[in-house]
Write a protein that binds this ligand. Structure first.
Ligand code: NDP
Ligand code: 8X3
Length: 257
């Protein structure tokens, strides 16, 4: 098992859900964290909490992955001691709406494509060259079951996660022989703020998504991400699909009354 002690881990979308759980899991392993998201007050509070609990050293800054210039400038301006990023967790992402394509809100499409696809690309494009130069690193993308299957009313979200799957596979080939690994962790239903965001703040609708079943938690996914990151250098987890036991695939779910 590869130690994570003092490894520098850059996490996008660390202010909630899976990203926050990843920060906690990497902190427990003694990693140093670069915590980014738009809600800076949340990541600052998280950094403080992890410092108290585990003595974690963190660098925090506001980063909107949709903003190409901001991504370029913030990564180029990393303090010298934070530049050698070992692990990038491309987690920032969202769903907007659950509607038939021909009735859907186009603004939500822009947001999903700009965040889940272009945002992930901007961050990757700016951090991977350093990994290539150093001949080591690991990119771990948070994909989705929606990157393996398409489901009704989810055409654009599914398209973005299919894009993440394609980017993961191509990048792995681009980096072959260089010492930089690429993995993807692809969950089914995880109860986070995801559905609240998808339904534009409708908490009841969000709760109903997980009604009658035990969904995954952010921690379940974070444990898988840490598993990928701790494989010995000769081994790579290409992709890992993780579902709640009550979910067989993107559509078939068992709910208790
Ligand atoms: P949450 O809504 O709980 O967290 C999403 C995170 O992404 C937040 O920290 C948010 O931070 C960040 N984020 C969103 N937009 C941006 C942006 N433009 N720039 C930077 N950060 C951003 O959802 P999850 O934790 O569930 O989602 C994390 C990832 O997991 C996403 O990629 C999602 O698609 C994926 N996923 C989720 C599943 C689920 O069922 N929950 C299942 C499969 C995959 P802030 O708003 O502060 O910027
Ligand atoms: C988010 C979960 O079930 O909508 O990736 O694909 S789902």
């Amino acid at each position: 098992m590869e130690s994570l002690k003092n490894k520098i881990v850059f996490i996008t979308g660390a202010s909630a859900g899976i990203g926050k759980a990843c920060a906690e899991a990497f902190a427990q392993e003694g990693a140093k964290l670069i915590l980014t998201a738009r809600r800076i007050e949340r990541i600052e509070a998280l950094a403080k909490e992890l410092k108290e609990k585990h003595g974690t050293e963190s660098l925090t800054f506001k980063l909107d992955v949709k903003n190409r210039k901001e991504v370029e400038e913030k990564i180029a301006g990393l303090p010298a001691e934070w530049q050698a990023v070992d692990i990038l967790v491309n987690n920032a992402g969202l769903g907007r709406g659950l509607n038939k394509l021909y009735e859907d809100n186009v603004d939500g499409w822009e947001e999903m494509i700009d965040t889940n696809v272009k945002g992930l690309l901007y961050v990757t494009r700016n951090l991977v060259p350093g990994m290539v130069e150093r001949g080591k690193g690991h990119v771990i993308n948070i994909g989705s079951i929606a990157g393996h299957e398409a489901y009704p009313k989810g055409s654009v979200y599914c398209a973005t996660k299919h894009a993440v799957a394609a980017i993961t596979r191509s990048l792995r080939m681009d980096l072959l022989g260089i010492g930089v690994r690429v993995s993807s962790v692809d969950p089914g239903m995880v109860e986070t703020e995801f559905s609240i965001v998808r339904f534009y703040g409708d908490e009841q609708k969000a709760k109903d998504v997980y009604k009658g079943l035990t969904p995954l938690s952010g921690q379940d996914i974070a444990e898988a991400v840490v598993f990928c990151a701790t494989r010995p250098p000769h081994a790579n987890i290409n992709e890992m699909i993780i579902m709640p036991s009550a979910q067989a695939n993107a559509f078939v779910v068992h709910r208790e009354e």
